[in-house]
Ligand binder design. Structure first.
Ligand code: AMP
Ligand code: MG
Length: 350
């Protein structure tokens, strides 16, 4: 299959609108289109068509018990998808929609089980990205869209990442430039009495509690996945975001971290060893390739570059990767949730 690439910069431009309309037509005909959102690129298909959902799983190589998030452009599209809209969901929507928050509801009969991975609940999000919303509106359908990467690879934050993974496997890609946030949405389950955080993201626990009062964390977020403990979001179980090389997070007082990484890097060939660091430390490493991911005082910059840097590890065929810890900033919980998985839970305390 030939994958068409449409560059779209301006939803007020007539030519760009034509491209969005062509992509909306592909969705209406049961095809797949990857598109930018403010979090990461999504791989979209008609959420109400079980065949489109199956195509999504197959293009990504995603296990079909890992449900898809359904994207809408307007509040009126929520009601037909769900059994009820709890008051807490209304409050959260008022504050954080459109935006990087996914809510889990009891699903209506309209939503096929193929889209929800066999669950009686459905995940819904209203993205804020202008191109995404215009594309959903023109499709006139709710759009099921997981991250547009091959399963297990880091999520795509540019159209090039999408093409690297899915060229030839999907109908089209809308290129709207690099995304803003760079981490997948926060997921909160509002289908039971006490709302529960299932995946940390740009909307932090503090922001959720401000709106919803008491919010629990899925126990696997703090205790990890084990035989007796399964995450409520099936996707949180899988190995994710991982580069091919051997990756470890080094945590502790900063000068000790730098000394340990320099020591560890000295044991390997410099060209196949990498450190992932920030602007303030980037000149303190020797004997390895240095990747600067952002600014420690503004960890939105770290979130935004995280997946691109993880992908670069494979581009440079890096075998040994050492990463500083980023757990102390505002977005520390979300960033470390991905990093710890990418490192296969390998953390060196110094
Ligand atoms: P992705 O779109 O690739 O970021 O993946 C979507 C995430 O949402 C996965 O971790 C899914 O397991 C999770 N998810 C989607 N629908 C549900 C649901 N109904 N209940 C719990 N988690 C869900
Ligand atoms: Mg994903």
């Amino acid at each position: 299959m030939d994958t068409k690439l449409f560059v779209v910069n301006d939803i007020n431009d007539e030519g760009d609108i034509k491209k969005i309309e062509e992509c909306a037509g592909i969705i209406k005909n049961g095809g797949l289109v990857a598109f930018p959102t403010e979090t990461v690129y999504g791989l979209g298909g008609n959420a109400l068509d079980d065949k489109a959902s199956m195509k999504i799983y197959s293009a990504k190589g995603r296990p079909s018990d890992n449900p898809l998030i359904v994207h809408i452009a307007d509040m009126s599209e929520l009601e037909p998808l769900v059994k009820e809209i709890p008051d807490i969901a209304k409050k959260l929507a008022k504050l954080y929609w459109p935006g990087p928050l996914t809510m889990i509801f009891k699903k209506s009969d309209l939503v096929p089980y193929k889209t929800t991975g066999g669950l009686d609940t459905v995940a819904v999000r209203m993205p804020s990205h202008k191109v995404a919303r215009e594309f959903i509106r023109k499709s006139g359908l709710p759009i099921a869209a997981p991250s547009a990467n091959v399963s297990g690879r880091p999520s795509p934050t540019t159209a090039k990442h999408v093409m690297d993974d899915l060229d030839g496997r999907i109908d089209a890609v809308i290129d709207g430039g690099q995304v803003d946030i760079g981490l997948e949405s926060t997921i909160i389950d509002v289908s039971s009495d006490v709302p529960m955080l299932l995946r940390p993201g740009f909307i932090t626990m503090e922001m959720l509690e401000e709106a919803a009062g008491d919010v629990e964390r899925d126990p696997t977020l703090t205790k990890g996945v084990s035989k007796g403990l399964k995450p409520k979001a099936p996707g949180m179980m899988y190995r994710h975001y991982a580069p091919k090389g051997d990756m470890a997070i080094v945590e502790g007082a900063m000068e000790d971290v730098i000394a340990r990484i320099n020591h560890l890097a000295g044991e390997h060939n410099a060209s196949e060893t990498a450190v992932i660091t920030t602007t303030d430390n980037k000149d303190k490493y020797t004997g390895c390739r240095v990747f600067c991911i952002g600014d420690r005082n503004d960890d939105e910059t770290i979130a935004k570059e995280l997946y691109a840097v993880l992908r670069e590890m494979d581009d440079y065929s890096i075998k040994y990767i050492y990463v500083e810890s980023f757990k102390n900033g505002k977005h520390g919980e979300a960033i470390m949730n991905r990093l710890v998985k990418a490192a296969g839970h390998k953390i060196i305390h110094v």
